[in-house]
Ligand binder design. Structure first.
Ligand code: FAD
Length: 518
């Protein structure tokens, strides 16, 4: 197994896409190639008390793969080939010059994936017939990272988050023990989960007692529910409980797509159109995604040929069908909502153009931030349906307050995203350090508001090492939602499988709190 202490190798794993958290005192990067390698690394690290941080694609936005507590970085990137299994046909394909193998049961619509396959590579490998439906925007994320974060995206409107598409996992626990776990095999009694590793060690984990938001997408904290499936404890656990070495995902047939971008004279009209489309989806309209752009987003994309000065908001949708009857039913709702312009994409070329249009926003945001040497602050809040108008008011107040600071109506904050799930993002666009502080103030205000409204502080990005300003200290992000007690319960659940507290230290809860709980 390769191991490197070269500074330039360590430097490659020193951050993630948040660019906010940086590794310190890393001894070495290790490159396991199979489950046995992972088990060896973790067994030795537990014995020596060495911190280990797992790295996937490094596209996380919360510092979750960043080894802020030193020790080893274990990158799964060489684990690209699924083990052969009865009933699954090995399919190998090369994507971006890298070969990957999955074990495919096309008839049953299931595939065993190695942890390092990227979402892009998986999509290419399954084409043209099949699809792994959750569609997080960043396609260079790896499947192990997507499961660890319970990632989701625009198409989660129809398909839900990654959790819903995971049927089995192979995991190496921090002790070096292994667990091969299928959905439906182990359920909690209340919130107590009892299970044995393949080596025969008995474990008992008490899932936290907090109530998770019932009706919103949520990626905050260890999953916890009465009678829960043990598999769900590991999905979204941000690598706190073990290293995922194989994932059995469910697939769907690849749908024919039809997409549309409608531009409106006001935000209210766009939201009303989204409400009608959402209602139609609940009655069977096969709507894959339902996305929103606010006036700030459209002003920021003013150089796109489709955007006109009178456009104040837009709704982007994808239909998982292109038969005339469905398209007509869809068009009736959109046209009936009185858009100023409606851009139908009924050819591959138009669909491609709409995809480019969607990508133009993050690209323009990133270019702005690079030019100013500042960091993006992106909210990830979701609230229940009835609370959405109040959350929109809070978003407006935050954008206006930040605009007072920047004085740049054309480039201050952009509000966009998954309106179908009442889950919008604000990207604040600070141009200097003072503006970064001002954006953080609004960001924290909105987090508290989302919680007051019964929502979540993270619907898809996860918690990682994030903190919020408050009470004269940096408050651990998750504490704002579940309180100190919630963090202590997560610590106890973690210590039940990671008695030495070595794995992914600092995720969800501060390392000091974990050590205090030991
Ligand atoms: C431009 C952009 C857009 C994005 N859009 C979305 C979006 O739409 N939806 C969304 O959900 N996220 C989004 N993200 C965030 C990110 O892509 C996801 O969180 C993704 O799931 C991270 O996967 P990764 O492989 O890059 O993991 P990493 O960043 O490497 O790691 C993330 C966490 O997963 C753990 N991990 C990774 N692999 C394993 C493993 N095999 N076993 C155990 N733990 C593991 C790490 O330790 C870490 O805690 C976006 C990011 C960017 C940069």
């Amino acid at each position: 197994m390769r191991r490197s202490s070269e500074p330039d190798v360590i430097a490659r794993y020193a951050a993630d896409e948040s660019n906010t958290f940086f590794a310190e005192d890393v001894q070495a990067v290790v490159f396991p190639e199979d489950e046995a390698n992972v088990a060896q690394i973790l067994r030795e690290a537990t014995a020596a008390g060495t911190p280990v941080t797992v790295s996937g694609g490094g596209t996380g936005l919360t510092g979750a793969r960043v080894a802020t507590d030193g020790g080893l970085v274990a990158t799964v990137e060489l684990m690209r080939h699924a083990e052969p299994r009865a009933g699954f046909v090995p399919v190998t394909a090369t994507h971006d010059g890298i070969a990957y193998t999955v074990g495919l049961d096309a008839a049953a619509g299931r595939a065993w994936c190695p942890p390092a396959i990227t979402l892009d590579a998986l999509e290419a490998l399954l084409a043209p017939d099949l699809l792994f439906p959750p569609a997080p925007t960043e396609r260079s994320a790896m499947i192990g990272g997507a499961v660890a974060e319970n990632a989701s995206g625009a198409r989660s409107f129809m398909h839900g988050a990654t959790r819903a598409w995971v049927d089995a996992l192979e995991i190496v626990l921090p002790t070096g023990d292994t667990l091969h776990l299928a959905r439906g095999e182990v359920f909690a009694e209340g919130r107590t989960l009892r299970f044995a590793s393949r080596e025969g060690t008995q474990y008992e984990v008490q899932a936290p007692s907090y109530a998770m938001p019932a009706t919103t997408k949520n990626a905050a904290g260890l999953y916890a529910a009465d009678g829960m499936d043990l598999l769900d404890l590991f999905v979204g656990s941000e690598g706190l409980l073990g290293v995922i070495t194989a994932v059995l995902v469910r697939l769907t047939p690849r749908p024919t797509l039809f997409s549309d971008t409608a531009f409106f004279a006001s935000e209210e009209e766009a939201i009303a159109c989204a409400d009608r489309l959402r209602a139609a989806a609940s009655e069977g309209l096969p709507l894959l995604s339902l996305e929103f752009y606010d006036p700030g987003a459209l002003r920021f994309m003013a150089d796109q040929p489709q955007v006109k000065p009178e456009h104040q908001a837009a709704i982007f949708t994808e239909l998982a069908a292109d038969d005339p009857q469905t398209v007509e039913a869809f068009a009736e709702i959109v046209i009936g909502s009185d858009p100023l312009d409606d851009w139908f994409a009924d050819t591959d070329r138009e669909r491609e153009a709409q995809r480019d249009f969607r990508h133009a926003l993050p690209e323009t945001v990133n270019t702005f931030l690079r030019q100013h040497g500042t960091d993006k602050l992106c909210t990830d809040y979701a609230v229940p349906a009835q609370a959405f108008p109040a959350m929109m008011e809070a978003y407006r107040e935050a954008c206006d307050a930040f605009l007072q600071v920047t004085g740049r109506p054309e480039a201050s904050a952009v509000l966009f995203g998954h309106i179908g799930d009442y889950h919008l993002h604000i990207d604040f666009l600070p141009a200097d350090a003072a503006e970064e502080d001002a954006s953080m103030e609004q960001y924290a205000m909105l987090a508290h508001r989302a919680i007051e409204l019964g929502g979540t502080i993270t619907a898809e990005h996860g918690v990682g090492k994030k903190t919020l300003p408050g009470e004269g200290r940096r408050v651990p992000y998750l504490e704002v939602m579940y309180g100190r007690e919630g963090l202590e319960e997560i610590a106890r659940a973690k210590l039940a499988v990671d008695p030495a507290g070595i794995l992914n230290r600092g995720n969800m809860l501060p390392a000091g709190l974990l050590d205090a709980a030991r």
